[in-house]
Design a protein around this ligand. Sequence first.
Ligand SMILES: NC(=O)c1ccc[n+]([C@@H]2O[C@H](COP(=O)([O-])OP(=O)(O)OC[C@H]3O[C@@H](n4cnc5c(N)ncnc54)[C@H](O)[C@@H]3O)[C@@H](O)[C@H]2O)c1
Length: 449
Amino acid sequence: MNEARVDLQEKIRQGRVTVAIIGLGYVGLPLAVGFARAGVRVRGIDVNLDRVARINAGVSHIPDVPTEVLAPLVAAGTLRADTEFQQCAGADAAVICVPTPFNRMKAPDLSYIEAASRSLAPHVAPGALVVLQSTTYPGTTEELVRPILEATGRQVGRDYLLAFSPERIDPGNQHFSAHNTPKVVGGVDEASREAAAALFGILVSPEQIHRVSSPRVAEMCKLLENIFRSVNIALVNELAKLCDRMHIDIWEVVDAAATKPFGFMPFYPGPGVGGHCIPVDPYYLSWKAREFDFYTKFIELAAEVNSSMPFYTANKIADALNRQAKPLRGAKILILGAAFKRDIDDPRNSPAVELMRILLSRGAEVGYHDPFVSEVHLDEEPRPFVSPVSRLRSMPLGEGLLAAQDCVCLAVAHSAFDVPWLLKHSRLILDATGVTRRFPADGGTVIRL
Ligand SMILES: NC(=O)c1ccc[n+]([C@@H]2O[C@H](COP(=O)([O-])OP(=O)(O)OC[C@H]3O[C@@H](n4cnc5c(N)ncnc54)[C@H](O)[C@@H]3O)[C@@H](O)[C@H]2O)c1
C-alpha cells in the first residue's frame, strides 16, 4: 500500500492523475472544473441524465461556473460526465459530492451518500483515494461509507485510502472559491490524510491545506462553521424582534457595532435562513448527538428563532397593511427575490418561498419577481399550512406591476434590484433585507424588519 500511496502522490506531482467527481451540482461541478483547469483528467458521474448531457455539451447549469470556462475543458476531453459509474473505474481518486438533505422529520437523509458509495464501491481502483465531501454528521465516513466500500473485500490502508474533506464553497462569493479557500482534510489513517492533502494541494497552496487527526474532526469542523452562522443569525434575528418593539433600528445598531475592529463580526437579520446548509446541517448534529444522550440546545434554539422569521415577516406585512386599514386577505403582495440569498439562482429551502406559502395560506394574492429564479414550487412537501397554489412564476417587473401592489416585500437584496426606482414606484415596502437604509425614502411608506 505504501507503494500505491507514493504512486498516487507521484502521479499528482506529475499531473498524471485522474479524478472522479461523484455528483455534479453546486459543489461537484466547480470542483470538477477546478481540477480540470489544473490539467487533471476529470470524470464526473451524476445520476441526472439532463445534467450530464448539458455538461457534455459544454453548457454549465451552475452560475459560478461560466459556460465559457466549462466548454473548452469538455472540448479538450479533460472533463467528461457520465451516468455510469464504470466510467470512473481506474480513477486515482474519487470525491463524493452528493446531497445530504433532511427528511420531513428533520432527520438526516443519507440515502444519496449510501447510493453513491454502493455504486462507486466495485470501481475503486487498487490504491485509489476516496474522499467524502458532502456535509454530514461526525462518523459518516467511517460508519457508513467505509463498510460499504469494504463489503467488496477491500481494506482501508491495504487496498484503498479514505478521507473526509468538507466543502466550503459559498455560491455567489466573488472573492473566495475553490482555489483560494483553505481545505481541511482528515483521513482514516496517515496515508489517507496525506493523499487527500496532496490531491487538494492541486487546487490550493500547501499552506492552505489544514490537516486534522480524523475524518470525524473534519466532519465536525464543517458543522461548527455552519452552526456558528446559524446561531449568530438567530441572535440578531431575536434582537431585531426586540428592537422593533423598542423602536430601535436594528440595522443601525449592527452597522454601529461593526465599527469595532476586533471581537465583533456583523450578522444581519432577515426573513429566515435558507439553502442547503444553514437550515439543514445543524440538524445532522443534533440528531447524532442524541445517540450520546446529548441535547444541543443552541442548535434547537437557533432553529426555532430562524424558522420563525418568515412568519414574523408575514406578520409585519399584515401590520403594515392594517395601519392602512387593509386586511391581508385579498391584498396584492409582490415578493422581490425567491433565491435563498442575494445574487444566486438557488431557491432551496428559501425563506422567501416560505413567506409566499404563508401569505398565500392567509388569503393574500401573491406574486414574485426574481431575475434568477423563473419558477418556484410551493407544494414540495406537506406544511402545517396549505398554500392554495402549487407554483408561481416570476413576473416581469415594471412600474405598472409595482403600482398595482398593496405591499412590495424586499425579501432578497439582489444587486440587480434598482432600490431608488423601487422606492419611487411602490406605495408600501416591507424591507426584510435592510437594503433600503442606504437610500432616502421617495414617496411611499418604507418599513424595515
Ligand atoms: N451548495 C452549497 O453551497 C454547499 C456548500 C457546502 C457544502 N455543501 C454540501 O455539498 C453536498 C452537495 O451539495 P450540492 O449543493 O452540490 O447539491 P446539488 O443537489 O446541487 O448536487 C448534487 C448532485 O448529486 C447528484 N446525485 C445524487 N445522487 C447521486 C448518486 N447516487 N450518484 C451520483 N450523483 C448523484 C445529483 O443529481 C446532483 O446533480 C451536500 O452535502 C451539501 O450540504 C453544499
